[in-house]
Ligand binder design. Structure first.
Ligand code: NDP
Length: 491
């Protein structure tokens, strides 16, 4: 026991829903198996919740909203800081738990996932304390804009950065005064479950946050369709986003969708070569390539194409695919067997389309406890046209393609030649050209001479088929509130 609460017992944990401040089993007593990707073994059970559990969660959130929305922002911020303190106090445990549930290296959880989860809460706690709305003065009247919370709202998050993206959604929603019904991915439910225990330990008022586990098609859909839910924030695949948008459209609920990507990484010959190479390895293969911001199409100026290909392939071959618990592992396991099979079929498709596999292209056999796990060698492919499926469809795994270009126009044409528009990277020492490409490229986020450098105040999201709306900073607080203009005539 820690904090008087049960600690997740890895082998036989039955994950529980968190509704109205209580940890409860699903009403229907149905459960799904939760796998450890590195071993391929079932190690816990996830509630397979249905609409009745969502009804209970929405009722709890609606009731809690009266009190929570009336608290001064500073008091809500205090609650978020206390939950963040719990994350910090249980840091090592959360690192191990997230790595085990997702398959990603513990080192990545330690450097990125868990610290960022706590930072998300603290960032929006700070932002709400300083949040002010607008006023517009007229000669004889003044307008002021109230930004009021919406009520009970829904947050649906994916498996690739489980606690990181979960907190990224719920923190601004709660800070703005809403009460939340959240569903983590059924594939990686464990850190959200532990988070619910930490919320109890932190004294978060009952019903302010409710976490309901289950499948997307039943539990997630029940959140989307519930009439008591006033807005939906969703991060996941473009196909799922389209289904959700179609369901929401006739109800006029607010929605924000953070969807898939097929991000270009444009490399000019005049770049800082070593910095580019080191970062390109990360942007290609971090988290086994399962970050929506990973650069999966590496577009290289022909002048340095041969040198780049040789060095990149050499360095990729040196990456260690292995047990996520080992400190020198660069790539851990793919998140699930179905996703592993999907990535392998994409590699097969690349072969059929005529691509040359420069390295990888097959699974990685890890001996010992990970012998049954889902591991794939980082894979580099060349020789494919921009129009082929391999260069058009999101793979979301450790697979990148190389394409050469000769001119800036050609680089931009290649970069923009997909239905996606999430993020891009540009490598050049020519500042004018860097800005030019940033202006002409179709993506919501552009990095010049870097990747994944994040300032949480900036707007985050995609254009085209990569999403609708923006998260981050004031954009998030605006999404989670309804503006109401009040006009007072004083003459
Ligand atoms: P999915 O779209 O399959 O699922 C995302 C979430 O939605 C999960 O919680 C899922 O539940 C749930 N869900 C699935 N179907 C429905 C439905 N019909 N109604 C409501 N909820 C539903 O995505 P993945 O989990 O596979 O995540 C990977 C995708 O997420 C990639 O495409 C990636 O690019 C994208 N992504 C985008 C980011 C961005 O910021 N733009 C960031 C991170 C990832 P369950 O898993 O239980 O089925």
């Amino acid at each position: 026991m820690e904090d008087g609460l049960p600690v997740c017992d890895a082998v036989s944990t039955k994950i529980k829903n968190y509704i109205g401040g209580q940890l409860v089993e699903p009403n229907n007593d149905r459960w799904l198996d939760n796998y450890e990707p590195a071993t391929g073994q079932v190690y816990s059970q996830v509630p397979d919740s249905d609409a009745s559990d969502i009804d209970a969660a929405v009722a709890a959130a609606t009731e809690a909203f009266q009190g929570w929305s009336q608290l001064p922002g500073g008091q809500r911020a205090g609650h978020l800081h206390r939950v963040a303190n719990q994350i910090d106090q249980h840091f090592d445990e959360l690192v191990k738990l997230e790595s085990r549930d997702n398959g990603k290296p513990e080192s990545l959880c330690r450097a990125v996932d868990i610290p960022r989860s706590s930072i998300n809460l603290r960032f929006f706690a700070g932002l709400i304390e300083g949040y002010a709305s607008e006023s517009h003065a007229m000669p004889d009247a003044i307008n002021y804009t109230l930004r009021q919370p919406l009520g009970a709202v829904g947050c649906i998050s994916p498996w690739n950065l489980p606690l990181y993206l979960f907190t990224w959604k719920i923190a601004p929603a709660l800070a703005a005064g809403n009460c939340v019904v959240a569903k983590p991915s059924e594939v990686t439910p464990m850190s959200a479950f532990r988070f619910s225990e930490l919320c109890i330990a932190a004294g978060l008022p009952p019903g302010v946050l409710n976490i309901v586990h289950g499948s997307g098609t039943e539990t997630g859909n029940a959140i989307v369709e519930h009439p008591g839910i006033k807005a939906i924030s969703f991060t996941g695949g473009t196909k799922t986003g389209r289904t959700i948008a179609a369901k929401i459209a006739p109800t006029f609920k607010k929605y924000a969708l953070e969807l898939g990507g097929k991000n270009p990484n444009i490399i000019f010959a005049d770049c800082d070569y070593e910095q580019m190479m080191e970062t390109t390895l990360r942007s290609s293969f971090a988290n086994q390539g399962q970050i929506c911001l990973c650069g999966s199409r590496v577009i290289v100026e022909r002048k340095i194409y041969d040198r780049f290909r040789k060095d990149f392939v050499e360095r990729t071959k040196m990456l260690k695919v292995g047990d996520p618990t080992e400190s020198d592992t660069n790539l851990g396991a793919i998140v699930s067997k179905p996703h592993y099979e999907k990535i392998m079929s994409c590699i097969e498709l690349a072969r059929e389309e005529g691509g040359t596999i420069l390295c990888g292209g097959h699974s990685a056999q890890i001996n010992g406890r990970c012998a049954e796990g889902y591991f794939i060698q980082p894979t580099v492919i060349e020789g494919l046209p921009s129009s082929c499926r391999t260069n058009q469809e999101e793979i979301f795994g450790p697979v990148v393609t190389l394409q050469p270009f000769d001119t800036v126009d050609e680089a931009i044409d290649l970069a923009n030649d997909t239905e996606y528009g999430l993020s891009s990277s540009v490598w050049t020492s020519n500042i004018k050209r860097g800005h030019e490409v940033a202006h002409r490229i179709e993506s919501g986020v552009v990095w010049i001479n870097c990747w994944l450098v994040r300032d949480l105040r900036t707007p985050f999201g995609g254009m085209k088929q990569s999403g609708v709306g923006r998260e981050g900073g004031l954009e998030a607080l605006r999404f989670w509130t309804e503006p109401k203009n009040v006009c007072v005539k004083y003459l």
